[in-house]
Write a protein that binds this ligand. Structure first.
Ligand code: DHK
Length: 139
């Protein structure tokens, strides 16, 4: 079982970025705990602040991995190209948001990727990545 975790812009700053919204763990710290919870899973982690690089990575893993856990971050609300990319690949995608995007500014309530994904998890904090992993394991 190979799962790709792909994080979009500014998620490299988790731990120091608005901790009241995103928490105080770095993704690297959380990722170590996640890997130890699922020793049977081969995880691949990728983060970029660049839209085209995220698309390249989704295309790279999107035909032979078993699942993609994608937090498109700010591109969620703006990127037609990311939505098109998810529609074009074969690997199922779960969209994850750490914060509850429906309880924040109006512009965050719109996702241009949700309709192309198998499902969306929002507002549960970093545990959303674990729940998405469990979805792929139970599939
Ligand atoms: C992360 C971001 O960087 C924001 O742009 C999104 C998302 C929400 C999150 O909650 O993980 O609006």
């Amino acid at each position: 079982m190979q799962i790709a975790i792909i994080n979009g812009p500014n998620l490299n700053l988790l731990g120091t970025r608005e901790p009241e919204i995103y928490g105080s763990l770095t993704f690297e710290q959380y990722f170590e705990a996640l890997k130890s919870k699922f020793p049977q899973v081969i995880f691949h982690y990728y983060q970029s602040n660049v839209e085209g690089e995220l698309i390249n990575e989704i295309q790279r893993v999107g035909f032979d991995f078993d699942g993609i856990v994608l937090n498109p971050a700010g591109y969620t609300h703006t990127s037609v190209a990311l939505g098109d990319c998810i529609a074009a690949i074969k690997t199922p995608v779960i969209e994850v948001h750490i914060s509850n995007i429906h309880a924040r500014e109006e512009f965050r309530k719109i996702s241009l990727v949700s309709a192309k994904c198998n499902g969306t998890i929002a507002g549960l904090g970093l545990i959303g990545y674990e729940l998405a992993t469990r979805y792929f394991l139970n599939k």
